[in-house]
Design a protein around this ligand. Structure first.
Ligand code: UDP
Length: 453
């Protein structure tokens, strides 16, 4: 049997492209070939961020290919409702043509499609072309269970037919799963009902194809989400999926990034005392308004310790006049996993995106949680109340997280020995999963045997 030739289809945002790339690198290590399908816009961004470092070889085992998402070049892709509408009406036929072209042009036949759960329509394309499929959930297992159980949530009167929670409070998908707050219903946490309705409709459409997937894989581990995983037997944890930092291969280490990594922050971290630095990063989507930005900047002055702050080019606000920033370094985009693993890092001020959570847990770093939207509220509760490896920031009466709140919670976090100990214990557990014989490694083995059969 020839080595598997996988076609992978992530949702076109950074927080999905990254774990797909990490998964692809892992499969390549096991002899698979990959066609990595980005949208044209994501592809352009990925190429320009690696292009400055090194050009990609044509013969690479991960072939980057792209198809249009159906929007105009200057359309706002952060409007997720509009993006979902366009994806579903344009991309299935484009993907079908792409696969046929690969086959007609003498490329190896695609043996399996690995579709993002929220690109579930790709498995329908696979069914048409006689190609088997895997679902990949880049969020937590709990969030997969939520999507998977949408019909039940409607039937139980937890959400209405547009996906909105009917009442506020807690609910349980099944008696053996942990209860969730209704704020965990992530598609209703986007702050725009029209967009939320569109996202929900799109999700329902994608999830209808879950029966076409032989396996559903998830960037988590058995120990992190035991009861949820036992309720969804089809879901295989294969996490933590991590970027490979092979220093001999510059492109492999940054392939998939939408922004160029600024490695000067590592030199700066090298000069900081051990366990001293607050790392501040809010992923790829969070948008700060001027008030929130000002309080954060002034909070970083107040903490009186070194900080490394990621301020993305697309959300750069004016720094307040009083801001000194004398103890910090500000960069546009970091090699995040490398940063989190640096010995000078003390804790992570995060928006609680699932990738950031997994990377932080793997690095044994306590969290200061400041969620922005979607699943990040549930992720915060999970970090603070279930895993107990972080503290949440609270808003004041004006809905603002104040500079003093940042300082108060950071002081509390850094002096909490129990949180530090638990973070280090969890690090060990999470790491063991990807060592030989670990739960996630075994699951990757099962997946490979099936792919090769
Ligand atoms: N990331 C990075 N450099 C940065 C900030 C973020 O490489 O300066 C990566 C991070 O490692 C993670 C991804 O971007 O893999 C963000 O995903 P996450 O789920 O945390 O948040 P999202 O961007 O989806 O909100």
């Amino acid at each position: 049997m020839k080595n598997p030739n996988l076609l992978v289809v992530p949702f076109p945002v950074q927080g999905h492209v990254n774990p797909f790339m990490n998964f692809s690198q892992k499969m390549v290590e096991h002899g698979c070939k990959i066609s990595f399908v980005n949208t044209d816009v994501s592809h352009k961004r990925v190429m320009s961020s690696v292009g400055k470092q090194e050009s990609l070889e044509e013969s690479a085992t991960i072939k980057l290919v792209s198809i249009p998402d159906g929007l105009e070049a200057d359309d706002d892709r952060s409007d997720l409702g509009k993006l979902c509408d366009s994806i579903v009406s344009t991309m299935p036929s484009m993907l079908e043509k792409l696969i046929e072209d690969i086959h007609v042009n003498g490329g190896d036949r695609i043996t399996c499609i690995v579709a993002d759960v929220i690109m579930g329509w790709a498995l329908e394309v696979g069914r048409k072309l006689g190609i088997k499929g895997i679902f990949f959930c880049t969020a937590s297992a709990a969030m997969f269970a939520l999507k998977y159980n949408i019909p039940k949530l409607i039937q139980d009167g937890i959400i209405d037919s547009n996906g909105f929670p009917i009442t506020k409070g807690t609910f349980q998908i099944s008696p053996s799963m942990p209860s969730m707050e209704t704020e965990a219903i992530w598609w209703s946490n986007v702050y725009n009902p029209t967009t939320e309705k569109k996202i929900f409709k799109y999700l329902v459409h994608c999830m209808q194809n879950s029966n076409l997937a032989k396996w559903c894989i998830c960037n988590t581990t058995y120990e992190l989400e035991p009861s949820t995983l036992s309720c969804v037997p089809k879901l295989l944890p294969v996490g933590p999926l991590l970027r490979s930092y092979d220093n001999t291969n510059v492109t492999a280490r940054s392939l998939g990034q939408f922004w160029e990594e600024d490695h000067s922050c590592i030199d700066w971290l090298n000069q900081q005392p051990r366990s001293s630095v607050l790392y501040v990063a809010f992923g790829s989507f969070t948008l700060f308004d001027q008030n929130r930005f000002n309080e954060l900047a002034l909070g970083l002055d107040l903490i009186n310790r070194p900080f490394l702050w990621v301020v993305r080019q697309d959300n750069k606000m004016a720094f307040p006049n009083e801001f000194l920033g004398s103890k910090g370094k500000i960069v546009g985009w970091t090699p995040q996993l490398k940063v989190l693993n640096h010995p000078s890092i003390a804790c992570f001020l995060s928006h609680c995106g699932w990738n950031s959570i997994i990377e932080g847990l793997y690095s044994g770093v306590p969290f200061l949680c400041w969620p922005y939207f979607t699943d990040q509220f549930r992720n915060r509760n999970y970090i603070c109340n279930e895993l107990k490896v972080g503290l949440g920031l609270n808003s004041d009466e004006n809905g603002l997280v104040s500079r003093w709140e940042i300082k108060k919670k950071l002081d509390r976090l850094t002096s909490d020995e129990q949180i530090r100990t638990r973070s280090l214990e969890l690090k060990e557990t999470v790491m063991n999963n990807i060592a030989e014989g670990g739960g996630s490694s075994e699951n990757v083995g099962r997946l490979l045997s099936w792919l090769k059969s």
